[in-house]
Design a protein around this ligand. Structure first.
Ligand code: M6R
Length: 614
């Protein structure tokens, strides 16, 4: 939700800021803006509605000189998407400019107070309130920017990552964070700021992840300082990031989403590397070694997540229950955090999140922690907020996921949950050695099988135009394939804007069957498993009502083609690993339908990659 970039150094800031914004555009793209302190000391702010390309076009004939600047790409919360509401926002005197990611919840109260003091506002945003408050404090109390920011942040309720420029201090950026991510990159005589490391890694691998309540004082030719809002100096924790630039570029693919779909075999290998031994018969997770007793003692597992990560949790639930015999619940983090859930110290709470920054999942973690549960993170973004808030965890290691529609993170999450379930089952003795060995072996074969599943791409590309005109689609699956149906429907909704629902195939007759006609495509995941015969009956129920069926089947299947209009064939695998394969053609289907419809696949409307507001 909103991307923040900053630069201070000896180079021209503008090209660095624009490149950074493009890397962060996945976080929001309804408007964009940039502020630079020019060579003559003026503070120039340029902003436009729409994507970063609109901004660069607008800036073509503007003075974009200067070696210090901040930039922002927005996902609107308060105030419609428009140039007026785009960031950066000036203060009243135009001496300050701010960019912000998050929500200032008590902005209305502060605004009324400032208006009573004669401050006039130029936008409808909560963000402008913050910069006006900072300036008001600077003037009233005669404080420098850093101290005024400290005072202002004491008055603010909400979440923020901010960066502020002061025209009168052209060698400085002040940045702060609470519940919204912010990273400072340390280069040679230069510093960078980013909502994540992707705009920074091209220039330096040395970064500091700001903690909640931290303010960074970034001054040219001085050491970076990190201070709390209470004024306590913090020790610098410089980390090395290991992101290959190629990982965050399109690498010849037309869209990030397609690139990420095709990366899945390699991602899975990276995810399993060092965890499954070379003989392919044993899984080790360091979390399991470090916290063996605590994990084995779990009386219950509760998974909290949102969106695609929640779907991965539904697969995990079946694994933990069937392999380990541990009762398991999967909760929408946004519901969990506002209920009064029964969570005890005997529970293990698994937080699943690609970004590691989802506000609801983070809040659910904090709630579970307060109630004494042991918290396990399954995340992708290294060093992000959720892994830092958990007791232990396992990174999925699928590399940066830029496409807003999550693909490789889903299979990475399912793979990690599978490995965790196998470790627990082995230690608890709830699987036989033979079953354990067979499952570990099968996991190691999965990257190759994923490559075969990707071979469906051409067939699906040709099928996609048939579905372009659908208004509604139904996805059906049972058992391990029910979460796959949900995930397939979510992908289609997100990027093609076709309404789609995922349903357990047998539940269809309790309602959705009324919708079936020849106009509504029905996608059925009908791979070989213990529910295969039942799914065939469900397909017949659809057919009997004139429904048009496209079925995902296991290689060698000869029965379903009699009932389905189209059949897409997948490699055989164990039932519990079917989501790793069956999700792939559904990702491709959503992708190609969206492309056929001319949609902006990587930047679907109204969405943002990382939902850092509740
Ligand atoms: O970063 P997270 O995994 O916590 O994100 C959760 C959801 O916002 C995310 O999965 C979302 O549903 C995706 N756009 C789905 O493709």
């Amino acid at each position: 939700m909103c991307g923040i970039v900053g630069y201070i150094g000896k180079k021209q800031a503008y090209p660095i800021l624009i490149k950074g914004l493009k890397r962060l555009e996945y976080r929001g793209y309804d408007s964009a803006g940039v502020a630079m302190i020019g060579e003559c000391g003026e503070l120039n702010v340029y902003k436009t509605k729409g994507k970063v390309d609109n901004l660069t076009e607008y800036c073509n004939d503007k003075d974009v000189s200067g070696c210090v600047g901040i930039a922002h790409t927005r996902w609107a919360t308060h105030g419609e998407p428009s140039a007026r509401n785009a960031h950066p926002h000036y203060s009243r005197s135009r001496n300050l400019a701010i960019i912000h990611n998050g929500i200032i919840e008590n902005y209305a109260d502060i605004k009324v107070r400032l208006q009573a003091e004669g401050v006039e506002f130029r936008s409808d945003t909560d963000t402008e309130v913050l910069v006006q408050l900072v300036e008001y404090i600077m003037e009233k109390k005669n404080l420098p920017l850093l101290e005024a920011v400290q005072v202002a942040l004491h008055q603010v309720i909400g979440a923020y990552a901010i960066a502020i420029l002061d025209r009168r201090e052209p060698r400085q950026i002040v940045a702060a964070r609470k519940q919204s991510p912010l990273v400072v990159g340390i280069g040679e005589d230069e510093f960078f700021l980013g909502s994540d490391a992707s705009p920074i890694v091209e220039y330096t691998d040395r970064v500091v992840y700001l903690e909640d309540g931290n303010i960074a004082l970034i001054r040219l030719d001085e050491e970076l300082r990190v201070i709390t809002i209470l004024g306590e100096e913090q020790e610098l924790k410089v980390k090395t990031v290991d992101i290959d630039l190629g990982q965050i570029e399109k690498g010849g693919y037309e869209h990030f989403m397609l690139k990420e779909i095709f990366e899945q075999p390699e991602c899975l290998m990276n995810c399993m590397r060092g965890r499954i031994n070379v003989e392919g018969n044993h899984v080790t997770l360091s979390a399991m070694i470090d916290h063996r007793q605590r994990l084995l003692g779990a009386k219950r597992i509760v998974m909290v997540a949102c969106g695609t990560s929640w779907h991965a949790g539904l697969v995990g639930k079946q694994l933990f229950e069937s392999l380990c015999g541990i009762p398991c619940e999967v909760e929408y983090a946004s519901e969990f955090r506002y209920r009064n859930p029964v969570v005890t110290k005997d529970d293990v709470v698994i937080a699943i999140s690609q970004s590691g920054e989802t506000a609801d999942t983070l809040a659910a973690v904090q709630l579970a922690k307060e109630r004494g549960a042991f918290i396990y993170g399954v995340c992708n973004a290294i060093g992000s907020s959720i892994p830092r808030a958990t007791d232990t965890g396992t990174y999925i290691h699928v590399g940066p996921e830029i496409g807003v529609a999550s693909t490789k993170a889903f299979t990475g999450q399912v793979a990690v949950l599978s490995m965790l379930a196998l470790c627990l089952a082995k230690e608890r003795g709830s699987v036989s050695d033979e079953q354990y060995g067979e499952m570990v072996k099968e996991l190691t074969l999965m990257p190759r099988k994923m490559e075969l599943a990707l071979k469906t791409n051409e067939q699906i590309r040709h099928l996609a135009p048939i579905f372009t005109y659908a208004k509604n689609c139904l996805y059906l699956g049972r058992g391990y394939n029910f979460p796959v149906a949900l995930e397939g429907a979510l992908k289609l909704k997100e990027i093609s804007y076709i309404h789609a629902e995922g349903y357990p195939a047998a539940e269809m007759k309790h309602g959705p069957i009324a919708l079936i006609d020849s106009e509504m495509p029905v996608f059925v995941i009908a791979t070989h498993d213990h529910l295969y015969e039942k799914v065939i009956s469900n397909i017949q129920e659809v057919r009997a009502r004139g429904g048009r069926v496209t079925a995902l089947v296991t290689e060698g299947d000869t029965r379903i083609q009699k009932y389905a209009d189209h059949v897409v064939t997948l490699p055989d695998t164990l039932e519990c690993f079917q989501p790793l394969l069956a999700s792939i053609p559904l990702q491709l289907l959503a992708y190609h339908i969206a492309v056929c419809k001319g949609k902006d696949v990587d930047r679907p409307r109204n969405l943002a990659k990382s939902v850092t507001v509740e």
